[in-house]
Ligand binder design. Structure first.
Ligand code: NAD
Length: 337
């Protein structure tokens, strides 16, 4: 039986890089049946809604989605699409692997995975202004919510990921020296979870500012990194920069109600419709999807074909220093399979 997966091609460069990925997976023999749905501006155009019910119903049914980048329409009444998906499916773990692929990159030996808590922290959206005298916006307050339950499940997810993927170490990143309550609870809970893996997976702690510096000085020293929402947001973009930029950065949002795999980058309006976008990030996200459904052999075979094409450097897109179109790059990867 083929695995049913919801496919959301997305906006801007989304459809072309999603098509390229579907073509690559078919060439690799992946047994996937795609249920194509719309969201973002395509959702507004087709169904008057950036996240149409039919799209949500499809993900509820398949519990798996591959998503191209979406443009969140600006204006009253529109929800943030990513936040809505995260909430609807309780996608609490944002997983972003990064490893050195591009030749002539600044770093040669990076192979790390950042696991970001996706539902709590400063991004819960509890904010207000405080009036002082005549100034209604004299001050502003944003509240960070950290729970023991949320911390435990994300740190446990990071350790389980380490076990499953034969990784050696989990680094917990925090700011408990200043934010003693919220970050302190995250750190204490993390330490408690780490005890369950003592002797199997090494555990270390880093304060976020020192971590940012260490990632630039010695990124090869890190393996699995787990942190809270805001720090994860910032560090994950930093990490994608270390390995060659957005065109090579996949991500997954994994949770109770399903798993959504995507490129980290956006709709790239400046190059949309030109046929020159790098499909790599969505392709690598599809490899994470294959891992998730237990087809890692195929995922790794696609990764090797992709890496070899990039390393050879003959038929790659412009962001990787070449002149190939999206389709030519895809054909070259398929030829290497
Ligand atoms: P962007 O990631 O779309 O583009 C940043 C730069 O990177 C651009 O110069 C672009 O050409 C380049 N780039 C991005 N992906 C590329 C690829 N695959 N190949 C080659 N070059 C690539 O970021 P932005 O311009 O800030 O955002 C544009 C739109 O995307 C906005 O509407 C934003 O809301 C949306 N967005 C969506 C997501 C998502 O759905 N996950 C994420 C980020 C941004």
């Amino acid at each position: 039986m083929p695995t049913q997966v919801t496919l959301i091609p997305g906006d801007g460069i989304g459809p072309s890089i999603a098509n390229a990925t579907v073509r690559l997976l078919a060439a690799a023999g992946a047994d996937i049946e795609w249920d194509t749905q719309v969201a973002g501006m395509a959702g507004v155009a087709r169904a008057g809604d950036p996240i149409p019910e039919a799209t949500l119903d499809s993900i509820k049914r398949t519990k798996l989605a591959l998503k191209g980048p979406l443009e969140t329409p600006v204006g009253e009444g529109f929800r943030s699409i990513n936040v809505a998906l995260r909430k609807t499916f309780d996608l609490y773990a944002n997983v972003r692997p990064a490893y050195s692929i591009a030749p002539n990159g600044r770093y040669k030996d990076i192979d790390l995975v950042l696991v970001r808590e996706n539902t709590e922290g400063l991004y819960v959206g509890i904010e207000h202004y405080i009036r002082v005298g005549n100034d209604p916006r004299a001050a502003a307050e944003s509240i960070a919510i950290i729970t023991r339950e949320g911390s435990e499940r994300i740190v446990r997810y990071a350790f389980e990921y380490a076990v499953k993927h034969n990784r050696k170490k989990v680094t917990l990143v925090h700011k408990a020296n200043i934010l003693k309550f919220s970050q302190g609870l995250f750190l204490d809970t993390g330490r408690m979870v780490a005890r369950d893996y003592a002797g199997k997976i090494e555990f270390e702690e880093r304060i976020v500012d020192a971590m940012a510096m260490n990632l630039v000085l010695h990124p090869e020293k890190f393996d699995v990194i787990v942190t809270t929402n805001l720090f994860g947001d910032i560090l994950s973009d930093q990490i994608s920069g270390l390995v060659g930029g957005l065109g090579l950065a996949p991500g997954a949002n994994i949770g109770v109600g399903g798993a959504i795999f995507e490129a980290v980058h956006g709709t790239a309006p400046d190059i949309a419709g030109k046929g020159i976008a790098n499909p790599g990030a969505v392709m690598l996200a599809a490899c994470m999807l294959l891992d998730h459904i237990g087809d890692s052999d195929r995922g790794n075979r696609i990764r090797r074909a992709f890496e070899n094409t990039v390393k050879e450097g003959k038929t790659v897109t412009r962001d990787l220093g070449g002149t190939a179109s999206t389709d030519e790059f895809t054909d070259a990867i398929i030829a290497k399979l």
